[in-house]
Design a protein around this ligand. Sequence first.
Ligand code: PXP
Length: 251
Amino acid sequence: MTTAKEKGVCLLGVNIDHVATVREARKTNEPDPVWGGVEAQLGGADLITLHLREDRRHISDRDLRIMLQTVTAPLNLEMSLDEEIVSIALDSGPEMVTFVPERREEITTEGGLDVQSQVKRISEAVVRFREKGIRTSLFIDPDVEQVGASADTGADGVELHTGTYAAAGGGRRAAELEKLARAASHAREMELIVNAGHGLNYNNVSGIVVTIRPRELHIGHSIVSRSIFTGMRVAVKEMKKTILDALVSGC
Ligand code: PXP
């Protein structure tokens, strides 16, 4: 039988933003996303992901600080290119940052970063993070032009936006997978690390694992949703198993 080791790795980054969303619904101190991060790590998360938004609608500066002091898994900070957030990220020193577009009125990150129109601005940020030993990734739509522009910025990798794939039904899903596969293959030719995320759940993640073989998957909403009923450790374990099964069986 082929083992996961022979098939390569696919790490799981658990995004715990929505633990903080529940806390913020009451503006109180529970549930604590730091606790969520610890529980996710105990369930097998390879990385913990959190998004410090400019409007601080869920994750706060305190959460980032205490998470870094508490969780020993590598931390992936999602962030905009806003100077205040860039300074906080440089000072706090997560393992990696993922640059995302941010609009205050959006419910969640919509669409990927338009790298093509801001190569210089992104390159400058990439250099600042590299000087601190912090890896950079760009959250982009599965578009070969955006992949090419991402390589031009000097970033270490890209996170391919899987939201359209996740929302697509029937025949459209295969077409979205094809787009993702093309973007992943181009990114690898450009020597970029390929990650993926957004909208992934226990039912649709296998297609992504099998088709694009990302180094890391960043998954939040579906894991936090399941954790309400099963607890975080079980929810993470089940996602890890789903990913591993797809790696091993290839379907
Ligand atoms: N990757 C990025 C860049 C994101 O912005 C988000 C949402 O915060 C995710 C992954 C996780 O998406 P979801 O919560 O739909 O799993």
